[in-house]
Design a protein around this ligand. Structure first.
Ligand SMILES: [Fe+2]
Ligand SMILES: [Fe+2]
Length: 189
């Protein structure tokens, strides 16, 4: 059965946990014991570190935007330069896109072939990546607009809202993705 990504229980912006239809296909594994697993030190640890960096980066991005909300519009450009905000956010967004590409073109198709019953999980994660990539691109465009001489309150407020939304969906996606892929890494190293 194909996965209808836009249903409330599936969409990364709306779901509160992995949908039951995916949950029941996962490999048997307990998150609290992952770190004790003899093969944790391989790709499992590596991927969880990348995910941690993405989550920390998006939290830092949101806090940075929050600081800009207190800066007068005509001074935003200077504050952005002082905070080295644009290189940081461009790196973060590029890193997130790159990570999704590696998953979409390498790991996910490979895992889906190894574990056909996990196909719904990979369809879900693939849908998440499309939503995330769009949110990353929107954030990138809004950040580029900070280079203008005067930045309006409205555009900063929209950027702030976008940054928080990105942080929220990234958290949901990464948690759920780890539930699907970390048990596979633990099994295969
Ligand atoms: Fe990931
Ligand atoms: Fe992902």
């Amino acid at each position: 059965m194909r996965l209808d990504y836009n249903r409330q229980e599936n969409h990364v912006k709306k779901r509160k946990k992995l949908p039951e239809s995916v949950q029941k296909t996962l490999l048997e594994s307990t998150r609290s014991e992952w770190r004790k697993h003899p093969r944790f030190g391989g790709k499992a640890k590596f991927f969880m570190k990348i995910h941690r960096d993405l989550l920390d980066g998006s939290a830092k991005l949101s806090r940075g935007i929050e600081q800009l909300l207190d800066v007068p519009g005509s001074d935003v450009g200077e504050a952005v330069a002082r905070m080295k905000f644009l290189p940081f956010s461009h790196n973060l967004i590029g890193f997130a896109h790159h990570h999704h590409e590696i998953e979409d073109h390498g790991y996910f198709p490979q895992f889906a072939r190894m574990y056909p019953k996990l196909n719904r999980g990979f369809a879900l994660l693939d849908g998440d990546h499309k939503v995330l990539d769009a949110a990353l691109d929107e954030t990138q465009m809004a950040l580029n607009a900070l280079n203008r001489a005067t930045v309006t309150r409205d555009s900063l407020a929209a950027l702030h809202k976008g940054g928080l939304a990105l942080e929220k969906i990234l958290n949901r996606h990464i948690w759920d993705e780890e539930e699907v892929i970390i048990p596979i890494f633990l099994r295969h190293g």
